[in-house]
Design a protein around this ligand. Structure first.
Ligand SMILES: NC(=O)c1ccc[n+]([C@@H]2O[C@H](COP(=O)([O-])OP(=O)(O)OC[C@H]3O[C@@H](n4cnc5c(N)ncnc54)[C@H](O)[C@@H]3O)[C@@H](O)[C@H]2O)c1
Ligand SMILES: N[C@H](CO)Cc1c[nH]c[nH+]1
Ligand SMILES: [Zn+2]
Length: 444
């Protein structure tokens, strides 16, 4: 095992501190070149390329063009393959996620009377077609299926399709299919990585083209979304998982170590930090880690040890609570846990985090698997401008305006003056000539 990083902020230079804020996702150069030919092959060859990449990159040896879409029989079979207690957990999660997102859903339309007789507002309509990416590789993700499909269904998107990599046996993860059906999505394509993003963007013989793609993924997926941003709306940036555990002096460091491992175990490209001003918490965390690792699978131990000993993880010892808050705001994490007996005292000081989980009973795992809020979140500092995936990601907003005859003269006068000033004669004519020649001045 490699030693866990301990960074003492007071002893670090400005450039060393800045290095702590970097994410693996910041440098996609090793991926962009490799995904470009994959995208081009899907654009040119369609299904043939999708099936070939499924065989070559996912090891699904028997995958053919005819088998790219999951059949109703495969859905039915999935319910026999998944244990009843897992189905129960999926139902529990979906119910909570649906309840949360129903509250979030905007009204179909609102109008305000801006001046007497003049109305303006917003109308929200579902995006016509959205692709939902559900990863599979370093884990399987029925939870991501729940998190992407439920808000999309609540929003009323008419054309929804899930893209997820096939396993070597040619099947899609059974729990992902269970979650998809229970959430209300029954179009699932066996395609992952860059080839899935390309198929959603261009369409193939089997795959219906989509206007937008949402859902997290490995750097292969992130790189493809970046290259295809002019063809398909790539949604919020959701790459390798990351978390900061903020612990103050009121909690045990062993608890902080436990939660530090949650996102660290996703993969070696994830980021995970324990931030604290308490030396005692640091010592307790370091002492507890071996015991926690002893209870994890070898693969997850290897991933989390790589993160905590590498450039994107470990423990940050700050000089004060204020310095801990400053570090978090500079980092803008995807997930933030506030481990404290008084978590709300910290909340007001933190503005840059996509998800803030408060107190010792709200570990990231509970939010990942269905507290209600969406666990597809912006990574790599995206939290500075983006929020979690939400119903809003599946609808678009149109402005609506309505001016009555009574309100018209005042608006026409003012608009006419600005039209002339801006040099737009037709704009000016449209308000003056309309009144002179086409409208009844006596109309109500
Ligand atoms: N931000 C979030 O909300 C969130 C949520 C869940 C998971 N995640 C992240 O999503 C990611 C999931 O990654 P994953 O690997 O498990 O699944 P993935 O489905 O994103 O990636 C696997 C796919 O990558 C492609 N690929 C793999 N090796 C390749 C190669 N050499 N060349 C070309 N393509 C290749 C394959 O097509 C494969 O199907 C993780 O980084 C995880 O941390 C993020
Ligand atoms: N941690 C992920 C979001 O960053 C969500 C997830 C799903 N399964 C496990 N984890
Ligand atoms: Zn997770």
């Amino acid at each position: 095992m490699k030693p866990v990083n301990l960074h003492v902020l007071a002893e670090m230079s400005a450039s060393q501190r800045a290095a702590l804020l970097r994410r693996s996702e910041a440098d996609l150069s090793g991926f962009l070149d490799k995904v470009a030919p994959i995208i081009e092959a899907v654009r040119r060859e369609g299904d043939a390329a999708l099936a070939r990449f499924g065989r070559d990159l996912d090891g699904a040896k028997g995958l053919t063009e005819a088998g790219l879409q999951v059949t109703p029989a495969e859905f039915d079979e999935a319910f026999t393959l998944v244990a009843p207690e897992i189905i129960e957990a999926i139902r529990f999660g979906i119910a909570n996620i649906r309840a949360f997102h129903q509250v979030q859903a905007p009204e179909a339309m609102w109008l305000k009377e801006i001046r007497p007789g003049a109305f303006a507002g917003d109308r929200f309509t579902p995006i016509r077609s959205v692709a939902l990416y559900v990863p599979r590789g370093k884990g399987s993700f029925p939870s991501v299926t729940m998190m992407t499909a439920v808000p999309a269904v609540v929003a009323g998107v008419p054309e929804l399709a899930i893209f997820t990599p096939p396993a070597p046996d040619g099947r899609v993860d059974a729990a992902t299919l269970v979650a998809a059906r229970l959430a209300g999505v029954e179009t699932v394509y066996k395609a992952g990585g860059a080839q899935a993003v390309a198929a959603a963007a261009y369409g193939t013989q089997t795959v219906r083209r989509a206007l937008k793609i949402v859902g997290p993924g490995s750097p292969w997926v992130v790189a493809a979304k970046r290259l295809l941003a002019g063809v398909i709306d790539p949604g919020l940036p959701a790459g390798p998982s990351e978390a900061i555990i903020l612990a103050d002096a009121t909690v045990h460091g062993g608890l902080a170590a436990l939660d530090l491992l949650i996102e660290a175990e996703h993969g070696p490209d994830s980021s995970a930090w324990l931030v604290t001003h308490s030396r005692r918490v640091v010592d307790e965390a370091l002492a507890a880690l071996p015991g926690h690792w002893a209870q994890m699978t070898p693969q997850r131990v290897a991933f989390s040890n790589a993160v905590l000993s590498g450039p994107s993880g470990g423990i940050v010892l700050t000089g004060s609570v204020q310095e801990s808050h400053d570090f978090i705001n500079a980092y803008a994490p995807e997930h933030l846990e506030i481990l404290s007996t008084a978590p709300f005292e910290h909340l007001g000081r933190i503005t840059e985090a996509a998800e803030v989980l408060l107190g010792v009973h709200t570990p990231v795992s509970i939010a990942n698997f269905g507290l209600g809020p969406n666990a597809v979140l912006p990574t790599s500092g995206g939290a500075r401008t983006w929020g979690p995936l939400s119903v809003s990601d599946f609808v678009k907003r149109s402005s609506v305006g309505y001016v009555t005859a009574a309100a018209y003269p005042a608006f026409a006068d003012q608009a006419g003056k600005l039209a002339v000033y801006e040099g737009f004669s037709s704009h000016a004519l449209a308000v003056s000539a309309r009144r002179d020649a086409y409208l009844d001045p006596k109309a109500p």
